[in-house]
Design a binder for this molecule. Structure first.
Ligand SMILES: [Zn+2]
Length: 180
């Protein structure tokens, strides 16, 4: 048993008291943190990290494959190593914008998980999902010709964006039932 301060009269009372003996302030039954929303928030948090790490892995792998290709079959132009820069079907500007928004989304996801206020959690979760959808559209527009040119094998590049949308939906449903 510990002593806490009554939020009404500021006198020290037992933390097990349901009613303050000084001012009669009634304490709402302490709701245990909803485990359902906690697990949703946690899975959203994990998906958020995967969605951030995956494109980095993809770019590194892409670079590796391109370097390997160049080593085995030398091409006349040697100054393009990055995966995207060797494909003229890709809008580089769009990729850069999508990458920046992607980073903002990732940071938002981290903040959502650690912030205490349920209200801010909810607002940020909605922002997260909205940004994720907009970003996937931007990314799709800048790369759809590239994906077609790879006989749709390149469709994997949309996986991180789709993961972020999943994480956004999970964040929202987690935030909905979140108790401070
Ligand atoms: Zn009191």
């Amino acid at each position: 048993m510990a002593l806490i301060r009554c939020p009404e009269c500021d006198k020290e009372i037992s933390d097990s008291a349901k009613v303050c003996p000084n001012c009669g302030h009634t304490f709402a039954e302490k709701k245990p943190a909803n485990p359902y929303s906690k697990s949703k928030l946690l899975s959203a948090f994990i998906i958020n990290i995967i969605a951030f790490v995956l494109p980095i892995v993809m770019v590194i792998t892409g670079k590796y494959i391109d370097t390997y290709k160049k080593a085995t079959e030398p091409s006349p132009s040697s100054d393009t190593i990055v995966l995207i820069s060797i494909h003229p079907e890709v809008s580089e500007k769009g990729i850069i914008i999508a990458a920046i928004i992607g980073c903002v989304i990732f940071v938002t996801g981290i903040v959502i998980f650690f912030i205490k206020s349920g209200k801010i959690k909810m607002v940020l979760s909605i922002c997260y999902l909205a940004m994720a959808i907009i970003n996937l559209v931007i990314f799709f527009i800048s790369t759809c010709f590239f994906v077609v040119s790879t006989c749709f094998l390149g469709i994997v590049i949309y996986v991180p964006g789709i993961l972020q949308i999943c994480a956004g939906a999970k964040y929202i449903s987690g935030a909905k039932n979140y108790e401070n």
